[in-house]
Design a protein around this ligand. Sequence first.
Ligand code: HIF
Length: 288
Amino acid sequence: YLNGESAPAGPFVPTKEDYQKVYDAIAQRLANETDYDDGSYGPVLVRLAWHASGTYDKMTGTGGSNGATMRFAPESDHGANAGLKHARDFLEPIKAQFPWITYSDLWTLAGAAAIQELGGPVIPWRPGREDKDVAACTPDGRLPDASKNQDHIRAIFGRMGFDDREMVALSGAHALGRAHTDRSGYEGPWDFSPTVFTNDYFKLLVDEKWSQRKWNGPAQFTDKTTSTLMMLPTDIALIKDKVFRKHVDRYAKDQDAFFKEFSDVYVKLLELGVPFKTEERFVFKASE
Ligand code: HIF
């Protein structure tokens, strides 16, 4: 190419460095936008990534994070997804800055980034999801119902392909965030540091005495010591069920085991049903 002309541009193929730039932009925006909820969008990003992924059905191969169909009604209007517009809107400026990334890669990368930025384990992440149109929306009812018991937890997470140990490991993500009366009807955080990823959820499940809260809202549990914390019926099911309880006790005692097993199972969650073309997972550097 003469006269300083450059070669015609081929299709842009992003590298690990390009995805790290997306990670960094998310981390920067998390650090800047502290005027929300308990001071961080991190928890609601973790919930977005999970609700995008948790529609997966292993029998039919439908649902999962590939597609980002929660952009569209009816999926965006499913009761379980109430409030997740905050997370989707938070990510719009990132999508505008990096138009080459798909929504489905962006939402899952944001979930992984939020966990790392809030002090959790490294979540290795792979690109390769493609956005689908409204026709790929999953039917309502695939996400869990918090008023139910252990049979329901096993039915929902079994449909995705998880075993008992993995179900308990995943549950530790409720160390983050809170319930909102105008979203789910429930109210309150699970622990005292809802913007820091810890094994406190398990410690509190084991150490506190939980009793039914007396209020007009849906049945939920509250701690004896401060009456400011909350557990959902599905959270309490983890200490009622003997097999689940074994893992709750183990994670309460051993934060390292929890971090390691959580990372593995969250990676699996974000990859359910995705026809990846690459094997390699990227480990992103967290912000300072
Ligand atoms: Fe949640 N979850 N979750 N959840 N969840 C809520 C909030 C968060 C269930 C119900 C609820 C998981 C499993 C289950 C997060 C992450 C994960 C709320 C409150 C409800 C009702 C929503 C609101 O009112 O704003 C049920 C029934 C689950 C199966 C047992 C996962 C394991 C713990 C898979 C998971 O990662 C996060 C984070 C939040 C906090 C969101 C926020 O806005 O703060």
